[in-house]
Design a protein around this ligand. Structure first.
Ligand code: UGA
Length: 407
């Protein structure tokens, strides 16, 4: 077995999610989970298979790389039984399932029961989202596949969770369009932040005010350094690439702006930092939080990571603190210094930037921070700090989308 599978078999997760390691250890102890790197008789005996492999952005292109899905499906097709159902969970360009079904059937020598069953899990709360989903979506080509999936999700749907039985292309599209909508919502409020910055308005108060309208809703309107991670950025790009292939690129061309607005927020922090630091060479910047979101150690397309790297390229010395992502950072980018003790990380800082809204940072006592930094300036990249409290401790507070008056 590979190193990763060996670790999993002994209850060690390859990523951080609160509570998930405990849940894994429980199912291992109960004998309800096994790990293998090769198919065997157990594959042939199974009634249902899930394909969950990743679809990252293709190198040198905006499109999704479906190679891993196709190779997993091809391998699986050599082993499955005729009645087995294969449920695809990977985020794929619309039309992929049909191509997969054809490829698998050719390899298996019979019509494979492929279904599409997208997941809507968020990193950090994936287990909770699996057990208590907002909805379950399936796309099937035959009643047998639908029945097997109805049965497997029965304990969840019995509690009233909506169960949507759709055609396969719609099921594939639900996932990418949901992610595109979420990304658009974040970029919408970040576009308002750009307007607020030049008009004296406050984008945080604005988000709260528009969010009371039930048709708009207050979720995913948190303004700041924007979205990152292994999903939203690459999914909107993959969606545009697929729409282009289908001859309807203009339908989702607006996602280019969604992407651009998002990336401009990173530029804004770099500009603010440059303005504060003046001669940037050898100035110490403390980055509080480096993962793309709290409760995760994922650094893929992390806004805080990109901002840190750009400040280092400009000559700054960036020292990163993060409650869980420092090990991941060390293997990824050695140019950034890491410090596991938050006050050591803050010591003698010329500028503090909050990059990820970990609870630890919201709970920091600004008076204690004031005692260790060299210059009392903080850029709140996530709009989570209590501005009045930080100002009372002597800090100049800069935030995205807000015109904070500092004394
Ligand atoms: C996202 C979706 O929320 C999931 O439904 C989906 O299943 C998943 O992608 C996927 O495709 O697998 P995730 O990437 O874990 O989940 O993270 P989100 O909670 O969506 O946050 C994404 C980014 O947006 C983070 O960097 C977060 O800080 C940022 N964000 C989120 C904002 O800047 N403002 C907000 O109001 C909300």
């Amino acid at each position: 077995m590979t190193k990763k599978l060996n670790a999993l078999a002994s209850g060690i997760l390859p990523f951080h999610e609160p509570g998930l390691d405990k849940a894994l250890q429980e199912v291992i102890a109960q004998g309800n989970i096994q790990f293998a790197s090769q198919h065997d008789q157990r594959t042939t005996e199974a009634d249902l298979h899930f394909i969950c492999v990743g679809t990252p952005q293709r190198a040198g292109s905006e499109a999704a790389d479906t190679t891993y899905v196709f190779s997993a499906a091809k391998e699986l097709a050599k082993w499955i039984s005729k009645d087995a159902v294969v449920a695809g969970k990977s985020t794929v360009p619309v039309g992929t399932a049909l191509a997969l079904q054809q490829q698998m059937s050719k390899v298996a020598g019979f019509e494979v029961n492929l279904a599409w069953n997208p997941e809507f899990l968020r990193e950090g709360t994936a287990l909770e989202d699996s057990l208590n989903p907002d909805r379950i979506v399936i796309g099937t080509w035959n009643e047998h596949s639908a029945q097997v999936l109805r049965d497997v999700y029965k304990s969840i749907t019995d509690t009233g969770t909506p169960f949507l039985e759709l055609d396969v292309p719609t099921a594939e599209l639900v996932k990418v369009s949901a992610n595109a909508f979420l990304a658009t919502k974040i970029s919408f409020i970040n576009a308002m932040a750009e307007i607020a910055e030049v008009s004296g308005a406050d984008a945080v108060a604005l988000a709260k005010a528009i969010g009371y309208d039930e048709r708009i809703g207050n979720k995913f309107l948190r303004t700041g350094i924007g979205f990152g991670g292994g999903c939203l950025p690459k999914d909107i790009r993959g969606f545009m690439a697929r729409a282009e292939e289908l001859g309807v690129g203009s339908a989702v061309e607006f996602l280019k702006d969604v992407d651009a607005i998002n990336l401009r927020r990173r530029d804004r922090v770099v500009e603010l930092a440059k303005a504060e630091l003046g001669d940037i060479a050898n100035k110490k910047v403390t980055m509080l939080g480096i993962s793309f979101k709290p409760d995760s150690d994922d650094l893929r397309d992390s806004p805080a990571l990109e901002i840190s790297q750009r400040l280092v390229a400009l000559g700054a010395r960036v020292v990163v603190h993060d409650p869980v992502a420092l090990d991941a950072l060390k293997t990824r980018d050695a140019s950034l210094e890491t410090e596991a003790d938050v006050f050591e990380a803050l010591r003698d800082a010329d500028l503090v930037i909050l990059g990820t809204e970990w609870r630890d940072y919201k709970e920091l006592d600004p008076k204690q921070v004031a005692d260790v930094v060299k210059v009392k300036t903080v850029i709140d990249g996530r709009n989570v700090l209590d501005v009045a409290k930080w100002q009372a401790a002597g800090f100049k507070v800069l935030a995205l989308g807000r015109n904070i008056v500092n004394g």
